[in-house]
Ligand binder design. Structure first.
Ligand SMILES: NC(=O)c1ccc[n+]([C@@H]2O[C@H](COP(=O)([O-])OP(=O)(O)OC[C@H]3O[C@@H](n4cnc5c(N)ncnc54)[C@H](OP(=O)(O)O)[C@@H]3O)[C@@H](O)[C@H]2O)c1
Length: 277
């Protein structure tokens, strides 16, 4: 499995397993199965209510903890220093681990003290509770403040990204600053595979439309993807998507698809880049 290696020490397998909205035993089983198949990157969050289930899988698995990249996140109403610390402590306890590989702010806060939240994020990294820190769902102007005004050592940004939603500005920035861009909802929750152009490319190569959508992301420098898959067949298909090759004609067809079809847009979302609304 290819990894994204950054100067801040992030070693991120390009394909990970998304765990939302799996809960309880279903989630434990899916994570265990993924680890057995060779996944080494698991994505969870305090808000998913499945960290204990993920922790159970990590404990039950024969794969050593230090070979697994584990991401968790703190919810946007827990960004005051004390609350953020408590959230990470609770996550570590549920996950049955002393550290996470990546700790992220899940969404920007409301009426919040950005600098204090980021200082706390950095302190948790300095204390070794998170090997790397990042932010999710931050539009570029906010990410720039975090990196350029506050000077925080941000290793990754996680945002929705797939064949129907562009993220060119954030991706350019991530590359310039040597951080990973983790694509969530990378299959557009099924929408990607419904596109006639994606199906046409899949038929040409004798692969699945979902694999075309994933490979388009995985082939991009600095980009990782975290499809959620519960069945063994889907988990395996997504792993195998790492080995597919798309050609220039395929990429041109995908480039011409609309790039503004956002799937995840809750009422607490920030104002998105108009180019990628
Ligand atoms: N940071 C954030 O704010 C944020 C927001 C949303 C999501 N996320 C993360 O991103 C992860 C993935 O996003 P998502 O769940 O929204 O969407 P997604 O990964 O685009 O789509 C998941 C759906 O695709 C199906 N699927 C998976 N592999 C498939 C395959 N090979 N062929 C056909 N169907 C397949 C899954 O079915 P089965 O389960 O039946 O296999 C599931 O119904 C989440 O689990 C979560 O970890 C983060």
């Amino acid at each position: 499995m290819q990894t994204i290696n950054t100067p801040l020490g992030l070693k991120l397998p390009k394909l990970g397993l998304g765990t939302w909205p799996m809960l309880g035993d279903e989630c434990t089983r899916a994570v265990l199965q993924a680890l057995a198949l060779g996944y080494r990157h698991i994505d969870t969050a305090a808000a998913y209510n499945n960290e204990a289930a993920v922790g159970q899988a990590l404990t039950d698995s024969s794969t050593p903890r230090d070979q697994i990249h584990l991401t968790t996140k703190v919810w946007w109403d827990q960004l005051q220093p004390k609350a953020m610390r408590a959230s990470l402590e609770a996550s570590l306890k549920a996950l049955q681990t002393d550290y996470v590989d990546l700790f992220m702010i899940h969404w920007p806060g409301k009426d919040w003290d950005l600098a204090r939240s980021i200082e706390t994020l950095v302190a948790l990294r300095d204390e070794g509770k998170a090997l790397n820190i990042g932010v999710a769902n931050f539009p570029l102007p906010l990410l720039r403040r975090v990196v350029e005004e506050i000077g925080a050592p941000i290793s990754a940004i996680q945002v929705e990204y797939h064949v129907l939603l562009g993220q060119q500005h954030l991706l350019d920035y991530a590359r310039q600053h040597d951080m990973a861009l983790i694509a969530y909802t990378p299959l557009g929750r099924g929408k990607a595979a419904e596109q006639p152009e994606i199906r046409q490319i899949a038929a040409k190569h004798g692969v699945l439309p979902s694999q075309v959508a994933l490979q388009w992301l995985l082939a991009q420098d600095h980009v990782a993807a975290i499809p959620k898959a519960s069945s063994e067949a889907n988990q395996r298909a997504n792993l195998e998507a790492c080995d597919i090759h798309l050609d220039d004609a395929d990429r041109a067809l995908i480039a011409a698809l609309p790039k503004n079809q956002r799937v995840v847009n809750p009422d607490f979302a920030p104002q998105w880049d108009p180019a990628e609304a």
